[in-house]
Each structure stands twice: as structure tokens, then as C-alpha cells.
Ligand binder design. Sequence first.
Ligand code: SF4
Length: 320
Amino acid sequence: MPILEVSRLKKYFPVLGGIFLRRKGWVYAVDDVSFCVKKGETFGLVGESGCGKTTLGRCIMGLYEMTGGSVRVQGTSISNLSSVQKKTLSSHLQMIFQDPYESLDPRQTVRQILEEKYRIHRKTHGDLSTEIRQLLENVGLSQDSLSRYPHEFSGGQRQRIGIARAVSMHPEIIICDEPVSALDVSVQSKILNLLLELQKTMGLTYVFISHDLSVVRHMSDRIGVMYLGRIVEMADAHTIGHHARHPYTRALLSAVPLPDPEAAKQRILLTGEVPSVENPPPGCRFHTRCPHADTICRKSEPALAATENDPGHVRACHFF
Ligand code: SF4
């Protein structure tokens, strides 16, 4: 049984306008997204900014109420839970945020930040002080960090505090929402390696969200590529990297910087603006920017279907 099942998830936000702030329409942030994640694997979600990947992560966390569909964690639906069940679930499901500074209370010391989780969930496996010291060691922070405040740390160190807080409850699943995009390139690989190491030692399952396909490929076992609120291609990381079918995935791949100047020449430049999620184009949502768009693409929306030789590789395209 998958540890996480997302089924036909939809999240629409109302667009209000006029002097009475009546609803004028909807922002279709996430529109009919389904995928499963097995225990111990990393499922990557990649797409341009505004494609709905962060909203999707927040729906899984229960931070946004879903408009439709369902999320099941270890077989249990996260909808309609009692407050006790919600509390139990929240210790199994944790999130690492993009901006570690905003997600940490500036008035609390690291000790207070970490102790708060234990206090809320009353979950210690021994002496609290020893457990917190071990936690700091596991994420590569020195013991004197405990008495310091978030502003006294660098961006990378603050993300280590965020990671320590997320793993402190020994969760089953962690949603990593752009965990390195706010960090210097020199620090990014250290944080990614820390996440991989913790996954190995603690048996964690990740949903790894990023706009950067090279980072997602490095981290993930399987990848879902999102465009305008929908998954347009999904497969294991090797297949996405070497045998992508969807023109949007190919364009993302071609944008990954390569040292070879010949390869750089083959970059697929997408023209046109990303359409509004408030008013997605009819037919294939990608047709306004796709270099292969044809008449059928403007009229009929392609279904997410498996490729001939690989049932685990699905893509939504009439031609590829
Ligand atoms: Fe491009 Fe048409 Fe395929 Fe959409 S269905 S990705 S517009 S070729």
C-alpha cells in the first residue's frame, strides 16, 4: 500500500471583485491531480512558478482545504478528522519551507523552537535535552546553537534548524517545498546531501517540490511535471531525464545548464506568456506555448495516458 495517495485533488481559489466583493471566477490552482508515493521514496514535483506545486503541497499538509479529491496518508483520509486524529497526523506529516527565516519565530531561541514541537505532541523517546542535542548533531549544528536566535545564523544554518524541527517528530512523510531555492549555490548541495542522509538513516519519504529540474532529478525516484495546475508527465527520474515525451518536460530539460556548448545550442525556447490559471486555454493547456501545437491541441484536452512500452510513464499529449 502506498504511504501517500493523492487522488483527483482540486484546489480552486475564488476571485472576488466589485464593491460587494462578489465572486467573479476561480483560480484553478490545482486541477485534478493524482499520484501515489511509496514508503522511503522521493516523489519530485517540478514546474514553473505558479503551476500549483506549492498549493498541492499545502493541501497534502492540510494547510488548505481541498475543493475536491482526496489525500490518504497510510490509508487514512486526511479529511474530516477529529482534533486528536489531526494532531497525530501532523506528527507523521511535516514540512520544510522555502524561506527558513520566515518559518522560524525570531523571538525564540533554537532550543525553544525545537522544544515547542515536543511540547505540542508530547513525544519524546527519552530525555528531552539529550534528544535535542542529538538532533542538532544529526543536522550538523553545534551545541552552542541552542541558546541563539534565528537571525544569528546564515541561510543554510537556518534551513538546518528547519530540517531539525521537521525530523524531530520522526515523521513518515516530509513535504520539502523549494528547500534550497533561497540559498546560495555553494550551500544548496550541503542541504540536499543532508536531506538524502536523513532519508537513509530515518527511512523518510519525501515529496520534493522545486522549479529546478536538475535538483529534482538529483533528489527524486519518480517525478511529476506540473503545468497550469495539472500533471502533464510522470515517470521515474531516469525516464524523465532521458526519455521525456511531453514537449513541456523537454523544454524544461533543455533549460538545465550544461557544460557542453553544442548541447546548449539545442535549448528549446518557449515563447509567449504562461496563461492565467484563472482562465486556462481550451484544449491542451500548453498549446499557446508548444512548438508542436496543431488544430486538435486547441480543441481537445489530451488525457494523461501511459506510453506504449512503460505503464509507469504517463504523459498528456496528443502526439508524443
Ligand atoms: Fe503540444 Fe499538442 Fe502535445 Fe499539447 S497536445 S503538448 S499542444 S503537441
